[in-house]
Design a protein around this ligand. Structure first.
Ligand code: F6R
Length: 611
């Protein structure tokens, strides 16, 4: 769960590598480093613990000159964050950066130590450097040495390797961790993710597992690890570099919250068939016959994406009348879960790289289920293993707390439900048209809600910033939003929060309530409204500070709550798209007032490629 970057070309590489690492810092940020082919045939390394600015200071004190280099930003998995454990790792003439985990590191370490290697760090990565170095010592060129070393590795890796003997090239390889090659004019790049490369090129070559590549200024040669040549067309990525920047907002998270109307527009584009009140479903990868034959939908995801799948289950059952089950991916994998032919597995993941979701989806596929990925990162691992992929087009999400990807995941799950519902004869053309029109209006409505609630929510956050516990309650489609509101608050402001189905409160959590606990209760005008209002009153009767999120003009909600956040009246199926917005803003402002690191909260990383 780290970020790697590489450059080979005519320019001074250190600023390019640093810039790339800055855009990858969301992947991990406990230490960073660069290795560069310096004049005189040496590889020089600078490393620093902590955020990238520490490495930048180190480089100001002792600059690195050279036009070929690799860089790394780390999120510790083996060995605590320290300078000696920071990448790049060097053995003799070889330097390596690595993202992933080498599972057989213990026997490799023993073997290398017995062979007389001095291993300086606690990392698994340094072992890779020694393995390559030993092959180089035996006379192999860098490509052959890396190939031989890879044969010894078990686990996940994306690596970039330099050898002082071959100063004009970088050798990269990938297995189960992301790596993309950027094709420039007379220069080549590699990185763990697209945003790192966007200022330099839009032409990207996505590597597959079990592949390696030799990057030189004017060429890229892609092969399998076994040595067979691989031909692959590059893809042109339309994200602009500015899209990957903060665009004037204080934090990426705030920018991404306000980007949701645009993200929604991009995600809906070309998919709504407004003429027929339907959804264009070719990306879903099912024939009309398959759609009718589905026995059950199994939704797999983690974290925020899991919350989207809870809403997805409600959409699927209501609109497509297909049984739907939700599973947290880490709880599904490795279990004797009953899944197989006739099941449609929908694996939902922003990054498309979450290991638990990837492995769970693979297990389901092996047992005969069809896998549809809903992911945001093009060419990532889950879409690649899936039978079909229905991308969200939210653009790069840099803030660790997911926002715009959550709402676009909801959109894709709703579109999937409408498409299946029509094919299965589960909804009328009229109902389907209402939903499609409602979806088409969402970008504008979401914009209104964001603008209309921003100041009020910031004021509430200021008022309740010191609350030590916050309760979020909702029924039906508001339940996953209650969970999501609580998760957002926890992860960026470090305030304890619980999301509960409002009806469950009386079975336990009600004991938590006293006059110091704000309860954020979602009571949009839907079929659950009356019962939700009763739950709100129960909380109020126990002296909770009640903040209601209700439909405009709901006088009853106004009377029974201390504070009221209003959303416009929409089809009840669409309420989660709106109720989540003030909850995201609330978490953001509490965190900002507390002064936490909103975009890179402690202990978290954007892409979770560990188990
Ligand atoms: C929370 C958050 C995480 C992710 C989870 C899954 O804001 O971002 O809970 O949702 O790690 O990640 P993806 O969607 O990339 O599979």
């Amino acid at each position: 769960m780290c970020g790697i970057v590489g450059y080979v070309g005519p320019q001074a590489c250190a600023p390019i590598l640093l810039d790339g690492l800055r855009r990858l810092e969301y992947r991990g940020y406990d230490s960073a480093g660069l290795a560069v082919h310096a004049p005189g045939g040496r590889i020089e390394v600078r490393r620093a613990v902590g955020k990238l600015r520490n490495l930048e200071s180190a480089l100001r004190e002792k600059p690195l000159e050279g036009a070929v280099g690799i860089g790394h930003t780390r999120w510790a998995t083996h060995g605590r964050p320290s300078e000696v454990n920071a990448h790049p790792h060097v053995a003799g003439d070889v330097a390596v950066v690595h993202n992933g985990i080498i599972e057989n590191h213990m026997p490799l370490r023993r073997e290398l130590e017995e062979a007389g290697c001095t291993i300086a760090s606690d990392t698994d990565t340094e072992l890779v450097a020694h393995l390559v170095e030993r092959e180089v010592q035996q006379g192999k060129d860098l490509e052959a040495a890396v190939r031989a070393a890879l044969g010894r590795l078990e686990g996940a890796y994306a690596i970039a390797v330099l050898s002082a003997k071959e100063p004009e090239r970088i050798v990269v390889a990938k297995s189960a961790s992301p790596l993309v090659i950027g094709l420039g004019e007379g220069e080549m790049f590699c990185a763990s993710d697209i945003p790192a490369l966007l200022p330099y090129t839009r032409d990207m070559l996505f590597m597959e597992d079990g592949e390696m590549a030799v990057l030189e200024a004017g060429s890229v040669r892609l092969t399998t690890v076994a040595g067979a040549d691989v031909e692959r067309e590059p893809k042109r990525i339309d994200w602009s570099p500015v899209m990957a920047e903060k665009a004037g907002y204080k934090h990426f998270m705030l920018k991404e919250i306000f980007e949701q109307p645009r993200a929604m527009e991009d995600t809906l584009r070309g998919r709504l068939d407004r003429e027929h009140g339907d959804v264009h479903g070719h990306e879903i990868g099912l024939s009309e016959e398959d759609a009718k034959g589905i026995r059950r939908v199994l939704l797999l995801a983690c974290g925020t994406s899991h919350h989207a799948t809870i809403a997805g289950k409600y959409f699927l059952e209501e609109i497509a009348k297909v049984p739907a089950v939700i599973e947290i991916a880490s709880e599904f994998r490795g279990r004797e879960a009953v899944v197989g032919e006739g099941d449609l597995v929908v694996a939902v993941s922003q990054s498309g790289e979450t290991l638990d979701t990837l492995v769970a989806a693979k297990e389901a596929k092996e047992r005969g289920a069809k896998v549809l990925a809903i992911a945001n990162v093009i060419g990532s691992a889950i879409p690649r293993m899936a039978d079909a992929v229905f991308y969200t087009h939210a653009g790069p999400e840099i803030g660790v707390a997911s926002t715009k990807c959550f709402s676009t995941q909801l959109a894709n799950l709703l579109m999937l439900s409408v498409w299946l519902g029509r094919r299965r004869g589960a909804i009328t053309a009229e109902r389907s048209r209402e939903l499609v029109e409602g979806l088409a209006r969402l970008p504008t409505t979401m914009k209104d809600v964001l603008q209309g609630t921003r100041q009020l929510v910031a004021n509430l956050a200021r008022r309740y910033v010191d609350a030590r516990d916050v309760l979020y309650l909702g029924r039906g489609l508001s339940f996953p939003i209650a969970l999501e509101g609580a998760l957002k608050l926890k992860e960026i402001s470090y305030v304890h929060a619980e999301g509960y189905p409002a009806g469950e409160m009386k079975h336990g959590p009600i004991a938590l309530i006293d006059s110091s606990v704000p309860a954020i209760v979602l009571v949009p005008r839907d079929r659950h409204w009356e019962r939700s209002i009763s739950n709100l009153q129960e909380a109020k009767a126990r002296e909770a500070i009640v903040i209601a999120v209700a439909t405009e003009g709901d006088e009853e909600a106004r009377q029974v709550s201390h504070d009221l956040i209003e959303i416009p009246a929409v089809d009840e199926v669409l309420t989660p798209f709106l109720t989540v917005l003030p909850l995201q803003l609330y978490a953001y402002y509490v965190a900002d007032f507390k002064g936490t690191d909103v975009d890179q909260p402690r202990n978290l990383a954007k892409t979770v490629t560990v188990e």
